[in-house]
Design a protein around this ligand. Structure first.
Ligand SMILES: [Zn+2]
Length: 283
């Protein structure tokens, strides 16, 4: 026979639930939050020290794209980022890129990640693979296991002509021409290839900036959305195609030395704007 709970016992039980529920919902790390903060989307801080309220999820499959590594739970962004990826996926279809593979965006509340990125904190950054979706799909958990293919040679000194195609260049141009996109980061060798092959129409090249790595994927960064007063933008890239001295530096001894330097200190909660702290720490 089930023992009926006394009225007092029931009240105590509810009280205990009310007391423990907020603690139970607070994760050890902000990467583990289960839900976005309620309310409208809002970017707080910079791409590399910030957070995101009211994040939107990028569905795992949409018209012309698929999301990779969903177990990382980094497929969240500001609605303007979700819209830009959808726009890029449609543009990719129109240049004959099979299907876009999308890597990390932002955590469900933004903020620093446990691994992998310095930026991607405020809901305005996304990694897009330079490898299209394979067809037929590999067997098994392909989203978690399939690897991107570098577009550079094994020593990273040149474009791998067996991998790189005109469609890679067209995809980067399509991305750069999305008005909301502020910058795109690619490996210096990729930028060099774009500079060499772009022809007369070069305005889009100013958004495509060299950075270390970025030969398996490129990084798409949006400007602050209109009206977001707490969003801090990176200054505009220098005007011009960025194919001159800017690019040459990346092939200098100085750049080689800089690459060997110690990694920057990790960003902690204390480095973030005040408004991020309760959102991430659950205070
Ligand atoms: Zn990135």
């Amino acid at each position: 026979m089930r023992k009926a709970m006394t009225r007092g016992g029931l009240i105590a039980c509810i009280a205990a639930l009310l007391l423990t529920e907020p603690l139970a919902a607070q994760p050890d790390h902000w990467a583990d939050w289960g839900e976005p903060t309620p309310g409208p989307a809002k970017v707080i801080g910079t791409h590399a020290a910030g957070c995101l309220a009211g994040a939107e999820a990028l569905p795992l499959d949409g018209e012309g794209y698929s999301v990779m590594r969903p177990s990382r739970r980094r497929n969240f962004g500001h609605p303007s980022l979700i819209a830009a990826i959808e726009e890029l996926a449609r543009g990719a279809q129109s240049i004959g890129w099979p299907t876009l593979l999308v890597g990390d965006l932002t955590q469900i509340r933004g903020g620093p990640m446990k691994s992998g990125h310095r930026s991607h904190q405020s809901g305005l950054d996304a990694d897009i693979w330079l490898t299209p979706k394979p067809s037929p799909l590999p067997a098994g958990a392909w989203r978690e296991n399939y690897s991107a293919i570098s577009v550079l040679t094994a020593d990273r000194s040149a474009i791998a002509q067996t991998v790189w195609t005109e469609r890679h260049a067209a995809l980067l141009k399509t991305a750069a021409e999305i008005p909301a996109v502020r910058r795109i980061f690619v490996n210096p060798v990729i930028k060099q290839e774009l500079c060499r092959t772009a022809g007369d129409e070069r305005a889009w090249l100013s958004k495509v900036r060299p950075w270390w790595g970025h030969h398996f994927h490129f990084h798409l960064r949006l400007a602050c959305p209109a009206g977001e007063a707490d969003c801090v933008d990176q200054p505009l890239p220098d005007p011009g195609d960025g194919c001159g001295a800017d690019l040459a530096w990346w092939f200098s001894e100085e750049a080689e030395e800089a690459a060997k330097g110690p990694p920057p200190d990790p960003v902690t909660l204390a480095d973030l704007p005040e408004a991020c702290r309760p959102m991430l720490a659950g205070e």
